[in-house]
Design a protein around this ligand. Structure first.
Ligand code: ADP
Ligand code: MG
Length: 452
């Protein structure tokens, strides 16, 4: 299980150490030795089991940094997932100089991507549609590709990316390594593996991984919103994802919760890229305790320390159920998964009733609460300046805390993007922080700022 047993460079071992990865996760231990040998792999492992680092370490190992051509392509189902993968790859590459990782996803300016591509890259992380568009326009060239990765392959198939994937294949060399990662394993996945891969090694760790500690409760109710609020007030949860089956429901539920003084935001496919980012940042930095999401929008997001997951709508399949609740109870902490169903949905939960790990409880026994509110710990301040303006987290911290400013402890997470930064500020101090930024400077420059 020890990374040092692998034929990795000293730099890579140092990076792994600096990230605090003490030993390999199961899926890493079972796949990495073979990935490093250049074999094709099809791997199935639970959410949060470290799949990104498994293929990430592999493709960085294979990279010839001096050859400034695209050598690895990682395809992901969504922009958010691509963003997370790119971030993890950048972390893994931080001690290797001059590795260029470029994201190509939909919802971003095509022209800007053209500009970045003109400067070449080693690794591309993208969504199938946008990558194909660049291939067709010949702005992306893959004749030097060594490693092709499909992350969350099952989801890409679910989302109907099969044609794009097949077209992308016509642009890549036949001689290559193909890695396929999927949370589920079915005929469709095995078929696509046969098409894409060559003598692939099957790695399946789902059974062996220790079950996450998740308490799974089911409540029958004819007023789901009321029950949900009662549960929130009883459990005193910090951050919750509530799942609905459709975009519209996600939006409406978030609105109803806000009317009931529960601070909530919705994330779904209809949001613009910047809106999605605003929402995800606020949820992750504790500026919003409740995120209402559809499965597609939430898939693959690695939000740590989630204390509760709620199935507001019953998932259509057991697989979806497993995926949703897998987001809580990570890293040893106990999580709670709540499922709400109405009397009309009883038939659909019969399959769960036979298993005693599911606790069936009576919603009418929940305490009625008056005046319950859920407010976030922080509020997010947006600064119209980011990495491209050479702003670093320390500069922002300096501007807020310097000269009789805020205490460092009043400031939460800082997220830097190319042209924007987000800072979480202790709820009660937001006005003070805003004034300080508005009247002050960061690195001797004025930046506009606003409160989300
Ligand atoms: P998956 O893709 O399997 O859902 P991720 O790749 O997103 O999981 O990894 C989940 C989290 O685990 C990430 O925060 C990642 O940095 C961390 N991680 C990955 N490998 C290790 C390791 N060997 N030890 C500890 N943490 C790890
Ligand atoms: Mg993943």
């Amino acid at each position: 299980m020890n990374f040092s047993k692998l034929p990795l460079t000293q730099e890579m071992l140092q990076t792994i150490d600096s990230l605090g990865y003490k030993e390999m996760t199961l899926v890493q231990a079972e796949s990495l030795p073979f990935i490093l040998q250049g074999r094709d792999i099809i791997a199935q492992a639970k959410t949060g089991s470290g799949k990104t680092a498994a293929f990430g370490i592999g493709l960085l190992h294979n990279l010839d940094v001096k050859k400034f051509r695209v050598q690895s392509l990682v395809l992901c189902p969504t922009r958010e997932l691509a963003d997370q993968v790119a971030k993890e790859l950048r972390r893994l590459a931080r001690f290797q100089h001059n590795i260029k990782i470029l994201m190509l996803t939909g919802g971003e300016s095509f022209g800007k991507q053209l500009g970045s591509l003109a400067h070449q890259a080693h690794i591309i992380v993208g969504t199938p549609g946008r990558v194909l568009k660049h291939l067709n326009k010949e702005s992306l060239e893959l004749s030097n590709l060594k490693t092709l990765v499909f992350d969350e392959a099952d989801r890409m198939l679910d989302m109907g990316f099969i044609e794009e994937i097949e077209s992308v294949l016509s642009f890549v060399p036949k001689e290559r390594q193909t890695l396929l990662f999927s949370a589920t394993y079915n005929d469709e996945i095995l078929n696509i593996s046969k098409k894409l891969q060559n003598n692939a090694l099957h790695v399946k760790t789902t059974e062996k991984e220790v079950e996450n500690k998740i308490r799974q409760e089911f409540y029958k109710t004819n007023n789901k919103i009321e029950t949900l609020i009662q549960i929130f007030s009883t459990c005193k949860v910090q951050n919750v994802i509530v799942f609905t089956n459709t975009k519209l429901e996600a939006k409406e539920l978030a609105e109803s919760l806000v009317k009931n003084k529960i601070d909530a935001l919705a994330i779904h496919g209809d949001l613009e890229q910047y809106e999605r980012n605003d929402v995800l940042v606020q949820f992750a930095n504790k500026s919003c305790p409740v995120l209402v999401a559809t499965d597609v929008a939430a898939r693959g997001l690695d939000i740590k320390e989630l204390s509760m997951v709620v199935n507001f709508d019953l998932p259509h399949a057991q697989e979806t159920y497993t995926h949703r609740i897998g987001r809580t109870g990570r890293a040893g902490a106990e999580g709670i998964a709540i499922t709400l169903y109405s009397e009309y949905e009883e038939e659909k939960i019969e399959q769960y009733q036979e298993d005693e790990k599911y606790h069936f409880l009576d919603a009418s026994t929940l305490k009625k609460v008056q005046g319950f509110e859920m407010k976030p710990q922080y509020v997010t301040l947006v600064i119209e300046g980011g990495k491209k303006d050479k702003i670093r987290a320390g500069d922002i911290l300096g501007a807020l805390t310097g000269d009789a400013g805020l205490k460092g402890t009043s400031i939460g997470k800082i997220d830097l993007y190319d042209r924007q930064s987000y800072v979480a500020i202790e709820n009660a101090l937001i006005d003070e922080a805003y004034k300080k930024l508005k009247n002050g400077k960061i690195k001797n420059r004025k930046f506009s700022a606003w409160v989300l």
